[in-house]
Design a protein around this ligand. Structure first.
Ligand code: BGC
Length: 733
């Protein structure tokens, strides 16, 4: 009996202990508690100094946690095509780890060229798994700045010239990445559309251009994908740096769009304590870098949002509510990522990541010319295949700036072509670009380039097929951060080389890499042209799939390829429009960037936005409308049957553009409002069907500072590219 009572006593004691332990367990550590409660609880326990510590960097790529409370630091990394090599704690030098080689995914321009929302989700999932495995909480990307002009050194990191396409592609990427507990940090907010003077340029654009062109992709990321972090851009807007621009960050991003996450500065993009404290910035990173101020003279405590901000609060000059708002946002980010029990463990360099990389690359490769069906290559037709060009062997994952990657696997085009065609293949480098040096141009001895060209021309005489592999690369002043291209032509005397080769051999296929369009004076002299953007680790294999016909190309251009630089809309406005005069850049072309300009002003492009060929052919049938008119609450649908009329399976991207036939304000002839990618077997017909809502008809009115639409007739074009206006229906509002 005694024993029975003592057992009961022990049970009771244990139960009481558990109950009291449960009672005292702080809410912020309770994984089951709602995030907002955890945030408030954690905030209430933090000292002023601890709060200050979490809103600025403590190393190149981390911001502090609260060790006393068991709150972890935030680990960030570039982004956006793979996890960047580990750097030293305090410098830009590689840490020389031996386990940080990763999968390089295709560039975001390539992803945009797939026009495939499912692939964007695949990308976000695979990439974030690599981030999670490396212990990262914030992925510094994706980027959705607009391709306003074709010289931008960072266009390859973005998703083209159309805000609808970029927005549609970025949403699944972000949703899939964040489902793994890795925050995306969409960048660079906003109008960071050139690299020249990127730290100092003040960008002036009309209210309409801002709302119709430069904000929508970011807005979609916030409103539809609920992106957790946003990176402010270096440039200024209304005279204030975008990293702490009150109107932009507090006004548009946080109040209008309801963004509840953290704004992170671009590295070194913070310039003022008061503006940083009050202008919407939440985490200050990378200050005193980029050679602006000698880093060794400063500690992290000297950051604008460190001791200087703490002093303002202590002296009663700054209300602590500014700080609390930032800390709430930082804590929210922590509970979503590093303090999230469901955060994925992830994996690195797994076979399914390589497969994802290859699948995205294969669908992004864009076929621009295919005379006499030179592609896919019928190997039995050729005895000697000469591959020419530096990009056949050069790593295109290195260079480019912060998106540079250290890969375990990096399959070159030459390697893959040799796998396909064995000893029929010979190679000549043809040209030399110099090494990928960030911030410098590595000059090449001119005689060396001539020697290489002569060798290629000599070998061309013995070949019956030439595969030229060149284009841009990741050198500074090509596709690389902190500099723009110097001109629209391909560099390194490639035009002369291609012309020379084409004179010798009519069977010539040109394959280019690059994030930007370029001039093609030799186009008529070659038979095949493929543009590959950047393809990442599996680049060679992805390309080989298309060359051999195993893969039917289905990419379409997310940017217009103009015939010459002068044809771009900004160009006619001179230096004021680019690169700017006295640090002022005027977007005088307004809303008319890309196809909106070429289409409306009838300037014939080399290849229009949305263009890309296939190894099969498609026929569009008669388009149909569900109703001849649209009303405020009744959307309509438009559909068109599309048939694969060729002999092989293929994918067609059907694009819906809408044009307003008459309006009191100037409007683009038509604008992209939807798209679908159909997979069709030979002879198969499927319907492309789109819902049109009133929002699809609206423009931004500067008179009422809002979106509006005027009654009248509208045209819905069902197009294979933006220049194709053959298939349309009209309806009224
Ligand atoms: C770039 C950002 C990048 C950051 C960190 C900056 O120079 O503009 O895109 O995320 O550096 O590397």
């Amino acid at each position: 009996m005694k024993r029975f009572f003592s057992t009961i006593a022990i049970v009771l004691m244990l139960a009481t202990t558990t109950v009291s332990a449960q009672k005292t367990k702080p809410i912020y550590l309770d994984n089951n508690a709602p995030i907002e409660q955890r945030v408030e609880d954690a905030l209430s326990r933090m000292t002023l100094h601890e709060k200050i510590q979490v809103i600025h960097a403590q190393s190149k790529f981390t911001s502090a946690g609260v060790p006393r409370l068991g709150i972890r630091q935030l680990n960030m990394d570039d982004g956006p095509h793979g996890v960047r090599e580990e750097l030293e704690w305090n410098t830009w030098s590689p840490a020389k780890w031996t386990n940080d080689s990763i999968v390089a995914f295709p560039s975001l321009t390539c992803l945009a060229a797939t026009w495939n929302r499912d692939l964007a989700a695949l990308y976000g999932n695979a990439l974030s798994e690599e981030f999670a495995f490396r212990g990262k909480d914030i992925l510094l990307g994706p980027g959705v700045n607009m391709a306003r002009m074709p010289l931008n050194g960072r266009a390859f990191e973005y998703m083209g010239e159309d805000p609808y396409l970029a927005g549609e592609m970025v949403v699944p990427y972000i949703k899939a990445a964040q489902a793994n507990g890795v925050a995306c940090c969409i960048k660079h907010f906003f109008m960071n559309n050139q690299e020249v003077d990127r730290f100092t340029a003040n960008v002036n654009a009309s209210e309409r251009a801002i709302n119709e062109i430069y904000l929508p992709a970011f807005k979609k990321a916030v409103e539809e994908a609920h992106v957790w972090c946003v990176m402010g851009s270096y440039n200024l807007w209304q005279g204030i740096h975008c990293c702490h621009n009150d109107s932009l960050l507090n006004g548009i991003l946080k109040r209008q769009w309801g963004f509840d996450g953290a704004v992170i500065s671009d590295w070194g993009g913070t310039t003022d304590t008061w503006q940083a404290a009050t202008g919407g910035l939440d985490i200050e990173m990378g200050s005193f870098t980029d050679g602006k101020i000698k880093e060794s003279e400063f500690t992290y405590d000297d950051y604008y949002m460190a001791r200087p901000m703490e002093t303002l609060i202590k002296e009663g000059k700054l209300d602590v509510s500014y700080l609390d708002d930032k800390v709430r946002r930082v804590l929210r980010t922590m509970f979503r990522t590093c303090m999230n029990p469901d955060k994925a463990i992830g994996k690195q360099c797994s076979e399914d990541h390589y497969e994802a990389c290859q699948a995205i690359g294969e669908e992004g490769i864009t076929l621009l010319r295919n005379e006499k069906n030179i592609l896919p290559i019928a190997p039995e037709r050729y005895k000697k295949i000469l591959v020419v060009g530096e990009n056949a062997t050069r790593s295109l994952t290195q260079g480019g700036g912060s998106s540079e990657l250290k890969t375990l696997r990096d399959i070159s085009p030459l390697e893959a072509i040799k796998k396909l065609y064995g000893n029929k293949v010979d190679y000549a480098q043809g040209y030399l670009s110099g090494r990928a040096l960030y911030d410098q141009v590595d000059e090449v001895i001119p005689s060396e380039r001539v020697r290489l060209r002569e060798e290629a021309l000599r070998k061309a005489k013995e070949a019956d097929l030439i595969i030229y592999i060149g284009g841009l690369n990741k050198n500074h002043k090509e596709d690389c951060e902190n500099g723009d291209r110097l001109g629209y032509d391909l560099s390194f005397e490639q035009n002369e080389l291609i012309q020379g080769l084409a004179k010798i051999q009519k069977n010539m296929i040109v394959i280019t890499f690059g994030g930007n369009p370029y001039a093609m004076p030799w186009l008529k002299n070659i038979k095949g042209l493929l543009h590959c953007w950047y393809l990442g680790s599996m680049g060679g294999d992805a390309l080989a799939g298309v060359l051999s016909g195993k893969v039917n190309p289905s990419g379409k251009l997310p940017v217009t390829f103009a015939k010459s630089l002068e044809d771009y809309p900004y160009y006619q406005y001179g230096k004021k429009a680019y690169p700017g005069v006295n640090k002022q850049v005027y977007y005088s072309e307004g809303i008319y960037i890309g196809y909106r300009h070429f289409d409306t002003r009838k300037v014939e492009p080399q290849f229009p936005f949305g263009y890309g060929l296939s190894y099969t052919s498609f026929k569009y049938g008669k388009p149909m409308l569900s109703s001849p008119s649209i009303t405020n609450d009744a959307p309509i649908t438009v559909s068109v049957p599309v048939t694969n009329t060729g002999k092989v399976s293929g994918k067609e991207i059907v694009q819906l553009y809408i044009g307003d036939m008459e309006c009191s304000v100037d409007r683009p002839r038509k604008e992209l409002k939807n798209f679908v990618k159909l997979d069709l077997a030979p002879g198969e017909t499927r319907m492309a069907e789109f819902t049109i809502t009133l929002d699809d008809l609206k423009y931004y009115s500067e008179a009422i500072h809002d979106w509006t639409v005027e009654p009248g007739t509208f045209r819905a074009y069902l197009s294979t590219n933006s220049s194709d206006e053959g298939c349309y229906v009209e309806f009224n509002y």
